[in-house]
Ligand binder design. Structure first.
Ligand code: HDD
Length: 682
C-alpha cells in the first residue's frame, strides 16, 4: 500500500479515490449485491393485490430512504465546501514545529467549508450573518482544523454563554420565526443584556455580514492560538485568510432580493468558479506576539472580542490556499465533514482564551450526535492522510478491522505497541504553561472593556460603510416588537458612537440618547473595505442585447471584457439567437425573467435598432436596479438612449462610449471599482 504520508500531487485526493464509486453504466443490485430485475413494481399478491413483505428490494430501498437524513449542524447548518491545497511561502521554523509550516513550497491538501450561522440547512445564503470559514489541513502529522469565521471577533467571551447566544439568534421557540435572521427581539434582547457583544455587533451590522461571494471574504481563526517551536518556546499567534480578489459585499436590498431570486447564490458562485478553472485564492497570514509582551496591550490578548490591530501587529503573509476541486458528493463530503478547533498538530497549541477552551469540548460532542457515534473519524472526508493506530475500538459503524489480540496499553504481548512517541519524534506534547490560580467562576477584569474596539471599528469605516451600519441597525431594531429592547440597544450603542446611536434612535421611534460617546479616536484603516483590493476578475456583467444590434462592434466589446477576466452573460427577451443588424448574430443565454439584475455585478446595455417597448421596459428595470445598488453601468449604441431615458447620463459609474476599445477600458475600470457610493439615489 502506498505511504499516505507522502504529499505528492494531493494525498487526500488519492485517499478519497479508494472510496469513490461509479454507478453509471452498471447493473442495478441490492446492497447485498444481488442483481435486481424489477424496480418499477413492488411484489404483489396479484396485479391489484397487496404488497408482500418478502419483496426485499422494496424493503431495503424504502428503509434506506427513510433514514437518509442526519441532524443538521446546530449552527452553521447551511454550508458549502471545496477541496484545494495550501502552499507555504515562508518557513515558520523559528515559531512552530508544525511540519507543514517548515519548508517553503510544501503543499498540504485542504478542505474548506463556508457557511452561514443562524439559518437552517435550506435557508437563503444572503442572510445578514457571520460566515463560517472552516479549513481542514490534511498534514503529514495529522489533521489541523482552523475553524474560523469571516469576522475576527466573537459575540461572547466565555463558551458557557454559547447556547444562550444561539438560542437568542435562532428562530424564536414559540413560533419558529424568523428564519436565518438576527432581526428579532430575542437576539437584540441578548445583545442589550450581554454587552460584551458590542464589538462583534458592529461587524455584524457592517457590510461584512452580506458578502458578495465566499471568494471575497477574509477568514480569521479568531482566537489567540500558540505556536510552539522545536525548542519548546511559545509565541501567541492569530491566523488570517486574505482573499486575492479583495473583500466585497452587496447592499442589503440586493441581499434580500438575491435570497428570493437565487437562494444558492454563494454556493453557485463558488461551484461555478471552480468548474471554470477560476480557482479562488487566499493568502495565509499570521500575527505573532512574544510571550513577554502578553500584557503590553490595552486589551487582553486572550479575549476573543478583541482584534490585534494590523497597524500595531502586522500580518505576515506566509502562504497561499487555492480551492481547485468541487466535491463529488455533497452529503458524503461536505455534510459529513467534522471540523474541530481541537484538531491540532505538534507545534500548534491552545491558549487560555475561555471561548476556545469551551469549544474544545463542544465539537466532538456535536459530531457524536450528528454523525451517529465515535467512529466519525473513519468517514473518508475526515480521515487523516497519515496512518493512525490506537486502542480505541468498536462503536457504531466501525469500519477498520483491527487485527490481533491486544487493544490496551501498557502491554507486554505486543511490546507496548502501539507505542507512544516522544516530542523529538513527532509526538504531540502539550505546552507546559505554568498555571496558578484559585478555582473561580469569574471573568478577568482585563476582559471588561466592551466598547473601545467597537468604537475603533466604527471610526475605521468610510462614510458609506458608516451609513450602512446605521441602516442595518435601524432595520434590525425596527423588526423588534419590543420598544424597550430597541431603547436598551440604542442606549448601549451610545457608548460606541453617540451620533450613530442617536440617528438609529430617530429611525426606530425611541428616545435618542443624550449622553455617551467614546473617547476612542483610534482607527484601523485595514478594517475598511474601501481600502481593499479592487480587480475586475470574475465579475459578471449582464449584457442586454436586442434585435438589430451592431454585431461586429458588440462582439469585439464582449471579447474585450472577457480578455480582462469579466464574465458577460447575454440577456434578451428570448433565449437563443439574437439577430444582428450587421456582423454576426449572438446567442442569449438568459431571458430577462430567468436572470435578474441583483445576480450580476454590472450591466452593459446595447439594445438594438429593432427593440420593442417591452424590451425597453425590461432594460430600464435592470438599469434602475443596478443604479439603486450603486453598480457599474455601461452603454453603447442604442443602449445610450436608454441611459438618457432613465436620466443616468451624468451619474458616476455610468459609462457611455462610441469607441469600442475605450468603452472596454473604461468599463473594466468601473467594474473593478465595485460600487459607486456617490450616486444620488432615492
Ligand atoms: Fe462554532 C460549528 C466557527 C464558537 C460550537 N463553528 C462551527 C463552524 C464554524 C464555527 C465555522 C462550522 C464548521 C463546519 O463547517 O462544519 N464557532 C466558530 C467560531 C467561533 C465559534 C469562529 C468563535 C471564535 N462554536 C463556538 C462556541 C461553541 C461552538 C463557543 C460552543 C461552545 N460550532 C459549535 C458546534 C458546531 C459549530 C455546535 C456545530 C456543528 C459543528 O460544530 O460541527 O459544536
Amino acid at each position: 500500500m502506498k505511504d499516505k504520508r507522502k504529499v505528492d500531487g494531493n494525498s487526500k485526493d488519492e485517499q478519497l479515490e479508494q472510496f469513490r464509486t461509479e454507478d453509471q453504466g452498471k447493473e442495478l443490485t441490492t446492497n447485498q449485491g444481488v442483481k435486481v430485475s424489477e424496480d418499477e413494481f413492488s411484489l404483489k399478491a396479484g396485479e391489484r393485490g397487496p404488497t408482500l413483505m418478502e419483496d426485499f428490494h422494496f424493503r431495503e430501498k424504502m428503509t434506506h430512504f427513510d433514514h437518509e437524513r442526519i441532524p443538521e449542524r446546530v449552527v452553521h447548518a447551511r454550508g458549502f465546501a471545496a477541496h484545494g491545497e495550501f502552499e507555504l511561502y515562508e518557513s515558520m521554523k523559528d515559531y512552530t514545529a508544525a511540519k507543514f509550516l517548515q519548508k517553503p513550497g510544501t503543499k498540504t491538501p485542504v478542505f474548506v467549508r463556508f457557511s452561514t450561522v443562524a439559518g437552517s440547512k435550506g435557508s437563503g445564503e444572503l442572510a445578514r450573518d457571520v460566515r463560517g470559514f472552516a479549513t481542514k489541513f490534511y498534514t503529514e502529522e495529522g489533521n489541523f482544523d482552523l475553524v474560523g469565521n469571516n469576522i475576527p471577533v466573537f459575540f461572547i467571551q466565555d463558551a458557557i454563554k454559547f447556547p444562550d447566544l444561539i438560542h437568542a439568534v435562532k428562530p424564536e421557540p414559540h413560533n419558529e420565526i424568523p428564519q436565518a435572521a438576527s432581526a428579532h427581539d430575542t437576539f437584540w434582547d441578548f445583545v442589550a443584556n450581554n454587552q460584551e457583544t458590542a464589538h462583534m455587533i458592529m461587524w455584524h451590522m457592517s457590510d461584512r455580514a452580506i458578502p458578495r461571494s465566499f471568494r471575497m471574504m477574509e477568514g480569521f481563526g479568531v482566537h489567540t492560538f500558540r505556536f510552539v517551536n522545536e525548542k519548546g518556546k511559545g509565541h501567541f499567534v492569530k491566523f488570517h485568510w486574505k482573499p486575492k480578489l479583495g473583500v466585497h459585499s452587496v447592499v442589503w436590498d440586493e441581499a434580500q432580493k438575491i435570497n428570493g431570486k437565487d437562494p444558492d447564490f454563494h454556493r453557485g458562485d463558488l461551484y461555478e468558479s471552480i468548474e471554470k478553472g477560476n480557482y479562488p485564492e487566499w493568502e495565509f497570514g499570521v500575527q505573532i506576539i512574544d510571550e513577554e509582551d502578553e500584557h503590553k496591550f490595552d486589551f487582553d490578548i486572550l479575549d476573543a472580542t478583541k482584534i490585534w490591530p494590523e497597524e500595531d501587529v502586522p500580518v505576515r503573509i506566509i502562504g497561499k490556499m487555492t480551492l481547485n476541486r468541487n466535491v463529488d458528493n455533497v452529503f458524503a463530503e461536505t455534510e459529513q465533514a467534522a471540523f474541530h478547533p481541537g484538531h491540532v498538530v505538534p507545534g500548534i497549541d491552545f491558549t487560555n482564551d475561555p471561548l476556545l477552551q469551551g469549544r474544545l469540548f463542544s465539537y466532538t460532542d456535536t459530531q457524536l450526535l450528528r454523525l451517529g457515534g465515535p467512529n466519525f473519524h473513519e468517514i473518508p472526508i475526515n480521515r487523516p492522510v497519515c496512518p493512525f493506530h490506537n486502542n480505541q475500538r468498536d462503536g457504531f459503524m466501525r469500519q477498520t478491522i483491527n487485527k490481533g489480540q491486544v487493544s490496551y496499553h501498557k502491554n507486554s504481548l505486543w511490546n507496548n505497541t502501539p507505542s507512544t512517541v516522544g516530542p523529538k519524534d513527532g509526538g504531540y506534547q502539550h505546552y507546559q504553561e505554568k498555571v496558578d490560580g484559585r478555582k473561580v467562576q469569574a471573568r478577568s477584569e482585563s476582559f471588561q472593556d466592551h466598547f473601545s474596539q467597537a468604537a475603533m471599528f466604527y471610526n475605521s469605516m468610510s462614510a458609506p460603510e458608516k451609513k450602512h451600519i446605521k441602516e442595518a441597525m435601524s432595520f434590525e431594531l425596527g423588526k423588534c416588537k419590543s420598544k424597550d429592547i430597541r431603547q436598551q440597544v440604542v442606549d448601549m450603542f451610545s457608548h460606541v458612537n453617540l451620533e450613530m446611536a442617536q440617528e438609529v434612535a430617530e429611525n426606530i421611534g425611541v428616545t435618542p440618547p443624550k449622553s455617551g460617546g467614546s473617547e476612542i479616536s483610534k482607527a484601523s484603516p485595514a478594517l475598511s473595505q474601501e481600502n481593499t483590493t479592487k480587480v475586475p476578475d470574475t465579475r459578471t456583467t449582464a449584457v442586454l442585447l436586442g434585435e438589430g444590434f451592431n454585431g461586429s462592434e458588440v462582439k469585439k466589446i464582449v471579447e474585450g471584457l472577457e480578455d480582462k477576466g469579466i464574465e458577460p452573460v447575454i440577456i434578451s427577451d428570448k433565449q437563443g439567437k439574437v439577430k444582428a443588424a450587421k456582423g454576426k448574430d449572438m446567442e442569449a443565454e438568459e431571458r430577462f425573467d430567468t436572470a435578474d439584475p441583483v445576480l450580476f455585478d454590472s450591466v452593459y446595455v446595447v439594445a438594438g435598432v429593432q427593440v420593442d417597448k417591452k424590451f425597453r421596459q425590461n432594460a430600464s428595470y435592470y438599469l434602475q436596479e443596478m443604479y439603486q445598488h450603486f453598480k457599474p453601468i455601461g452603454a453603447t449604441h442604442e443602449g445610450e438612449q436608454l441611459i438618457k431615458e432613465n436620466e443616468m447620463a451624468d451619474q458616476e459609474g455610468v459609462i457611455t462610449e462610441k469607441d469600442p476599445d475605450s468603452f472596454v477600458t473604461r468599463f473594466v475600470d468601473a467594474v473593478a471599482a465595485h460600487r459607486y457610493w456617490g450616486r444620488k439615489v432615492d
